[in-house]
Design a protein around this ligand. Structure first.
Ligand code: ZN
Ligand code: ZN
Length: 360
């Protein structure tokens, strides 16, 4: 059976414009997806008849093992750019595409100077393909989400009023690591009381107060694939307004995660939650988009947003994360991870969004 990485490389080649001989892949998640290489520095040349991964001596032992036979591994001890120049000269290419959405201007200038042919800026070629996950990728995201749920279940009963947000974040990150999470895909957010009104708050030294809402947004990573989950819980008790806002978000999130389908546009998916929140009078308080793709990166294509008119492909994995944020009061966000399979949406995270009131 053909290696899935070889199949992916073949699709990249088939996606190139007719007048383009090769793509120079510089974005590391794209390199990983195409070759299995997990190091922190490399260039991958995907030409019609040749695949070459150029990296440095730090990866001399690691790269051949990870890449296997799916690309030639070229180790350069001195200068990878000079090695690229020689490789391009030897290959006889006349046009070379670069990843214009990620390559630094300085590196693009280097390539312009070392390559005699034409350089074509191309954006998102590999990212477009990465939207569609195969079974192995979906299984890795599901495993990361399961691990994330177990870690939170361990930590929530230990939360006490009076401790700092950072203390909760530290215990959660420890629990994630002990369960095998390779990395925190983004800094864990533990935001209490009024700080929960900041959608991307960092965990702070603020002490958690009984009677407040506590928003926890965190991730886990398995085999390179990310899960991204948000839960909002009440500390000790929940008053009428907290319950009312929570219920609107919960209803909107359920509507979106059950109603979302491949074939919808990003705008249509976003509207599933946004229309309901607006209808309940909180339209101005939901200021971000509904969700984003999830995979080797924690934010990747496709996006679920009112500005997106492209269609969600079958096989994408996306987050569904509506929220209501009221300045000075606090906020509620609920986020789950959903696979857009051919038969409809399937939850990869546990989807447990009943309001938890901590005995704290
Ligand atoms: Zn999140
Ligand atoms: Zn997210």
């Amino acid at each position: 059976m053909a290696d899935h990485r070889l199949a992916r490389q073949a699709v990249v080649v088939a996606s190139l414009p007719a007048d383009c001989d090769a793509l120079l892949v510089s974005h590391l998640p794209n390199i990983r997806w195409l070759t299995g290489f997990t190091g922190s520095a490399a260039l991958l040349l995907v030409a019609r008849d040749r695949r070459a991964l150029i990296t440095d001596f730090r990866y001399a032992a690691q790269a051949p093992g990870e890449v296997g036979g799916v690309a030639d591994v070229v180790i350069d001890r001195a200068n990878v750019w000079d090695r690229l120049r020689r490789l391009l000269e030897a290959s006889g290419l006349t046009t070379l595409a670069i990843e214009s959405h990620v390559m630094a201007v300085r590196d693009a200038e280097r390539i312009g100077a070392l390559f005699r042919g034409r350089v074509i800026p191309l954006a998102d070629v590999v990212e477009q393909l990465r939207q569609v996950k195969d079974d192995t990728e979906v299984a890795a995201i599901r495993a990361a989400a399961e691990l994330a749920a177990e870690a939170l279940a361990e930590v929530l009963p230990t939360v006490t009023a009076g401790e700092r947000e950072l203390d909760v974040a530290a215990r959660l990150e420890s629990a994630l690591r002990r369960r095998g999470s390779e990395w925190h895909p983004f800094p864990t957010i533990v935001a209490s009381g009024p700080r929960a009104a900041l959608p991307h708050a960092r965990s702070s030294a603020r002490n958690i107060v009984r009677g407040e809402l506590l928003l926890i947004d965190y991730g886990a990573q398995v085999d390179g694939y990310c899960a991204d989950v948000t839960r909002t819980v009440a500390v000790g008790s929940a008053d009428e307004r907290q319950r009312a806002v929570y219920d609107v978000v919960r209803e909107a999130q359920a509507r979106a995660r059950e109603g979302i389908r491949a074939g919808m546009t990003g705008r249509e998916a976003d509207a599933l939650a946004r229309d309901l929140i607006a209808c309940r009078g909180y339209g101005d308080a939901f200021g971000h988009s509904l969700g984003h793709g999830l995979g080797l990166e924690v934010h990747e294509a496709p996006r679920l947003a009112a500005t997106v008119d492209t269609v969600l492909p079958i096989g994408a994995v996306v987050t569904v994360e509506p929220g209501i944020y009221l300045s000075g009061w606090g906020g509620v966000r609920l986020e789950d991870d959903v696979w857009l399979g051919p038969g409809g949406p399937a939850l990869l995270s546990d989807g447990r969004t009943d309001l938890i009131i901590l005995d704290a």
